[in-house]
Ligand binder design. Structure first.
Ligand code: DAH
Length: 323
């Protein structure tokens, strides 16, 4: 009888999965009116020979059941607090990441050029003096180099390695490695050894452009850049070209956008200089082309009325989550 009760109670205990059903189990076997308790109560009225045996058997069963009960209870209570799902709680919203405003602007500009038939290429941020300056018609010791304050890399056995000061070195690299016609833009990061203020950062992005072919003219340059301005700033935004100097173009220009009645420069451009063509082995009598370099940070500042360029890299979520 005791053996049967033992089997039954232990089997039932195995299927106990909650604090509530454990309590029901306890009441059923160990409670005041429980099955085991009743047996223990009745022991006194049993004949002497049975009393002893049943007494000790049921006492040890009680010990066993109590022990099992104590063992299981904390586990079930822990499950209640840690694993159970309270479906009445309000859900937690997940925060979604987003693109950095500069990434979005670069993608938007790239898309505009891609629609005009340009390919998109990237280049190295670590560059050689030869590409960053020499092949762009900026010779050593020429004062034009002062326009690009340079961060030089400290490398064993070489002193011509730098962080590119502009994306223009990719013009030379692309021409060296391919034949015209070329129609390409190169977005990427640049570095300058420069103090920062509201309109200057020591690291920033540029989008370089290069078109080379036969009979490419200045009107192609203007048409392309007008189209870009329309795409980015809308059809009625005023645009101005002015003469400017860059050693790797002739003639050189800069382009500005009307911003609340002021002209803000967003890019430099020009017809590729014959010296640059010669440097990469192109015959300047056969080919012509134009190039441009623009600053996506500037463009984003105009677009979103941002007054301090340093905000882009301050990692401040109050700023970044507005875009
Ligand atoms: N690389 C120039 C700069 O960083 C910008 C530039 C001007 C790029 C004229 C060009 C260009 O391709 O034709 O100031």
């Amino acid at each position: 009888m005791i053996e049967e009760l033992k089997n039954k109670s232990l089997t039932e205990l195995e299927s106990v999965k909650s604090v509530d059903s454990l309590e029901q189990w306890r009441v059923k076997y160990l409670g005041r009116k429980g099955e085991l308790t009743s047996i223990l109560r009745g022991i006194g009225s049993l004949p002497d020979n049975e009393r002893r045996l049943i007494g000790s058997q049921s006492n040890s069963l009680r010990g066993l059941l109590e022990e099992q009960y104590k063992k299981i209870k904390p586990t079930l209570e822990k499950n209640l607090t840690h694993d159970s799902v309270d479906i009445t709680l309000p859900g937690r919203t997940r925060t979604k990441g987003r693109l950095h405003p500069i990434t979005s602007i670069i993608r938007e500009i790239s898309e505009a050029f891609s629609d005009m038939g340009f390919s998109i290429v990237e280049g190295n941020e670590s560059e050689l003096e030869h590409y960053n300056f020499d092949l762009l018609n900026i010779p050593k010791d020429h004062p034009a180099r002062d326009q690009w304050d340079t961060i030089w890399l400290d490398r064993p056995n070489r002193d011509d390695n730098l962080l590119r000061t502009h994306t223009s070195p990719m013009q030379a690299r692309i021409m060296e490695n391919s034949k015209p016609p070329i129609r390409v833009i190169i977005p990427g990061k640049c570095y300058r050894y420069e103090a920062t203020d509201a309109t200057h950062e020591w690291h920033f992005h540029q989008i370089e452009g290069l078109v080379v072919g036969k009979n490419i003219s200045f009107s192609d340059l203007k048409g392309t850049l007008y189209e870009l301005a329309r795409r980015i700033f809308g059809p009625s935004r005023k645009v101005r070209f002015r003469c400017d100097f860059f050693p790797f173009v002739e003639p050189g220009v800069d382009m500005s956008i009307d911003w609340k009645g002021e002209w803000i420069e967003i890019l430099g451009a020009g017809m590729v200089h014959p010296k640059v063509f010669e440097g990469v082995g192109y015959d300047p009598n056969v080919y012509s082309g134009f190039a441009f370099g623009m600053g996506p940070e500037r463009i984003a500042m105009l677009r979103y009325d941002i007054e301090d360029i340093r905000q882009f890299f301050s990692n401040d979520l109050r700023f970044l989550s507005q875009f």
